[in-house]
Design a protein around this ligand. Structure first.
Ligand SMILES: *Cc1c(COP(=O)(O)O)cnc(C)c1O
Length: 493
């Protein structure tokens, strides 16, 4: 298996090199040269546990890793870091299923990939005899940052720098990052929104002079965002795993098609679902759920992607994004891997802030449909699920729940649906409390957390409890154009 760029640089590279590079030199994203197909093996694969399944799927993609290396990575990632042995348990509520992806160290779905990817990178560095250390640059809308910091902290030969929008993440998310320990970590607030942070990081990647300067000082850049293929592949696993769970519990027959509902921002999570479908998993619809920043919803409706609009700050901050990087990988498939087309579309996005795809490409997106939730829909969904089923969901998951209700009422589809539950409600305690009818203010979020626990009779997750006594370690804020300066200061170069 090799990896190629969506923008047409014909060279194909090994998995380990693609993970090290993060993004291709032509600005494109790495994608697998082809998809393995497991349709004939589903009956066997459904017997595997999470780690065994991860091993099986990974070895098809990361073919330059040895079995021993993969096992080392998988064991280090999952054997003791998640609070449930199943890693991604599933809960049936009424007729739907919530796939809980938030039982990792930072309580968001990003943990699944970011617990594993650092080890993949560590192995990749050694495999390629790199003579430089890696500097990971990560822009975060809240959850990636902390998950990446936890995953990469104290690893040899890797340093990590996380940029978050000062006014675009929740208080708990901010506190989680600012208290991060580790000898190789740097956390930095940006005066701007997530897109500013993300484009700032992308600019650094494409700034040849700065890259040269870093190289001369012994560093090579890489990314822990979902533009890195090492982030994406581990997310394919839980689509298969949850399908098998339903089958093993006699909820579905093998080959029955199910829907997956995914609260989407950067489009990495749902893209992994699309990859799973390409690999033979019986998926009916991939339902892309947007919040009030409904750029993806509009795209699936009209075929036009248009970022000429203001970013709205919502209670689901990890989805407050206008430029969904991973859509590029889907577009690449939908135009039958025509990289000239991708270059043209992204040129238009860069110059005009929008692009429109052809009808042919739009026809190739039939696996997807999209709905969006207003803030009011989000609050009502949290309240409805809690009051009727005594089950607590966070604001992002509520966006997906709301989208699913709309999908059901506008179609006759009777397939089973799995909602990807992307964060613990405790990460967004104040908003969740407000939704279920207890008015609280933002002032002291630990009060909200305690109150949420008392009212809902649920336990506060350990990673939140652990935050209580932690010292603020990182307090720097930079202008959005000063990311390079911040990096120089961090590395002392
Ligand atoms: C990152 C994130 C999302 C969005 O996922 P993408 O892969 O960026 O589409 C949704 N919910 C939560 C809680 C997240 O952290």
């Amino acid at each position: 298996m090799k990896f190629i760029s969506t923008r047409g640089n014909k060279e194909s590279i090994t998995a380990s090199k693609a993970i090290i590079k993060g993004i291709a030199e032509d600005g494109g994203l790495y994608v697998p040269s082809k998809f393995p197909n497991f349709r004939d093996e589903l009956k066997e694969l459904c017997k595997l546990d999470y780690c065994q399944l991860t091993f099986y799927i990974l070895r098809n993609f990361l073919s330059d890793f040895t079995d021993e290396e993969l096992k080392y990575c998988i064991n280090s990632a999952y054997r003791s870091t998640f609070s449930t042995e199943e890693i991604t348990p599933i809960t049936k509520i009424d007729k739907d299923y919530f796939l809980e992806l938030y039982h990792g160290p930072t309580l968001a779905f990003k943990d699944i990939a970011l617990s594993l990817m650092p080890y993949l990178l560590e192995v990749a560095i050694n495999k390629n005899n790199l003579d430089k250390d890696i500097l990971i640059l990560t822009a975060t809308s809240g959850d990636t940052g902390k998950a990446a910091l936890e995953g990469f902290k104290n690893l040899d030969r890797i340093k990590i720098s996380v940029f978050f929008p000062e006014d675009g993440v929740s208080d708990i998310q901010k506190l989680q990052m600012k208290t991060q320990e580790g000898k190789n970590v740097f956390v930095c607030g940006i005066k701007g929104n997530f897109d500013d942070a993300q484009s700032g990081v992308k600019n650094i990647f494409s700034n040849l002079a700065f890259n040269k300067y870093l190289n001369e000082n012994g560093y090579l850049l890489s990314s822990a965002n979902s533009i890195n293929i090492g982030r994406l592949i581990p997310q394919i696993i839980y689509y298969f795993y949850s399908y098998f769970k339903l089958y093993n519990k006699n909820e579905i027959n093998l080959f029955d098609k199910v829907n997956y509902v995914v609260p989407s921002g950067n489009f990495g999570n749902i893209l992994a679902g699309y990859y799973a479908k390409e690999m033979g998993l019986p998926i009916n619809k991939l339902i892309c759920a947007s919040n009030e920043n409904k750029v993806l919803y509009d795209f699936f409706e009209t075929g036009q992607y248009d970022i000429n609009r203001d970013l709205v700050l919502t209670t689901s901050p990890s989805m407050d994004i206008l430029i969904s990087s991973n859509l590029e990988r889907l577009l690449f498939e939908s135009c039958n891997r025509d990289s000239k087309m991708i270059n043209a579309l992204y040129k238009s996005l860069y110059n005009n802030g929008f692009y429109k795809i052809s009808n042919l490409m739009k026809d190739n997106l039939k696996s997807f449909c999209s709905y969006y939730a207003s803030e009011d829909d989000v609050n009502k969904s949290i309240k409805h699920v809690f009051e009727n089923y005594n089950y607590l969901i966070d604001t992002h998951t509520a966006v997906a729940y709301s989208a699913l209700q709309e999908y059901k009422s506008s179609t006759q589809d009777k397939s089973k649906s799995i909602i990807l539950s992307t964060a613990s409600p405790y990460k967004f305690s104040t908003d969740v409390l407000n939704a279920i009818g207890y008015k609280v203010n933002d002032e002291n979020y630990f009060n909200s957390i305690d109150k949420l626990s008392i009212i809902t009779k649920t336990a506060i997750p350990n990673p939140i409890n652990d935050l209580k006594g932690k010292k603020i370690i990182h307090n720097s804020t930079y202008e959005k154009n000063d990311l390079e300066l911040s990096i120089k200061n961090f590395l002392e170069i």
